[in-house]
Write a protein that binds this ligand. Structure first.
Ligand SMILES: [Zn+2]
Length: 336
């Protein structure tokens, strides 16, 4: 049997189509020492109202990013079928084993869900989760919103984002949904390597896709949780699933025009930033010093911006290793 045509082992414990609201799980069999016939239980809520499109809302794709789960656990216990035209599928913690452990990747198989797409039905636990989304949940959706933030090792200015796409009409629909989200920043996002990402799989299926980076540091603030809650409601209004227009919000449009927007650490050490998130930086400016830590009297390594703009993301912990993404600059542009 071609592995990709094998049935998924994941079983939803609730009906994904019938009218009403249901809270249940995606049950993924996982046999292990402490539970011979055990399962991974990924929480899911399905709210089905009258006629309309389907939105798939996800958080916890990475397990140490909290704005999405905070907004989606909240929405799941408040949303009623009467308020919904269409269907809302909510999975607040996609990579549930990683989320429950508070880690980016799964403690079961070290799987990074957002590098495991399109997934495999006969693969690792993480690959099986990816495969279920690819073949069973994403095909149901017209619009997909996947929440991210920086996790324990990065911090971002809060933005919603879409990517440049070969289909310009689809790209325009994605950026319209990003604008509706109404985060303080809206980003045309460039990826370091898009292979294996949920984003890429969803976009290749022709869906309207919005992602976010809403903060980081392995926690969430009152401000960024409020941005996430308002953003998800705005996207549902934009899709016509909730009544009324999106709440207007001022948003600065950002672009990452080249790979030079990413700056990576080239030595280990103590990082001392000269700029904070959101501040303007010019090309060639020293944004951070990396101090060697084993002895005193050594000059720090100056890390310069290769691209002017604002500081959009930075390494969060105070110590860095060679290869760590140290910071990201993005240019402020007119909205498309
Ligand atoms: Zn993430």
């Amino acid at each position: 049997m071609n592995p990709a045509s094998r049935p998924s082992p994941v079983v939803p414990t609730v009906d994904l189509a019938a009218p009403g609201v249901r809270h249940g799980h995606l049950r993924l069999p996982y046999s292990r020492d402490d539970s011979a016939w055990g399962s991974v239980m990924i929480p899911i809520t399905v709210v089905v109202g009258g006629e309309g499109p389907t939105a798939l809302l996800t958080g916890g794709n990475h397990g140490d990013e909290y704005e999405g789960p905070a907004a989606l656990f909240d929405l799941a216990q408040r949303l009623t079928p009467e308020a919904v035209s269409g269907r809302v599928i909510i999975v607040p913690a996609m990579n549930y084993p990683a989320f429950a452990a508070g880690t980016r990747t799964s403690p079961i198989d070290r799987g990074n869900l957002n590098r495991s797409f399109p997934g495999r039905p006969d693969g690792t636990v993480t690959e099986k989760i990816a495969d279920y989304f690819t073949r069973h949940l994403v095909p149901l959706a017209d619009i997909v919103l996947d929440f991210h933030s920086g996790g324990r090792t990065l911090d971002f200015v809060p933005y919603a984002a879409a990517h440049e796409l070969p289909d310009k009409a689809q790209e325009a629909r994605c950026f319209a949904a990003v604008a509706a989200f109404g985060a303080p920043y809206s980003m045309r996002m460039r990826e370091i390597d898009a292979v294996g990402m949920y984003d890429t799989t969803v976009e290749e299926m022709g869906k309207v896709f919005v992602t976010t980076e809403l903060g980081g540091g392995g926690t969430a603030s009152a401000r960024t949780i409020a941005i996430a809650r308002r953003g998800v409601a705005n996207v549902l209004r934009h899709a016509g699933i909730l009544a009324g227009p999106p709440e207007p919000a001022a948003s600065r449009f950002l672009d990452m025009p080249s790979d030079d927007c990413f700056v990576f650490a080239e030595e280990a050490g103590l990082v001392a930033f000269a700029r904070d998130l959101g501040e303007e930086v010019s090309e060639g400016e020293v944004v951070a010093l990396i101090h060697p830590i084993a002895r005193t009297g050594l000059a720090p390594l100056a890390m310069r911006a290769k691209h002017g703009g604002i500081l959009a993301a930075r390494h969060f912990p105070g110590l860095v290793k060679p290869g760590d993404c140290l910071f990201v600059t993005a240019t402020v542009e007119e909205a498309p």
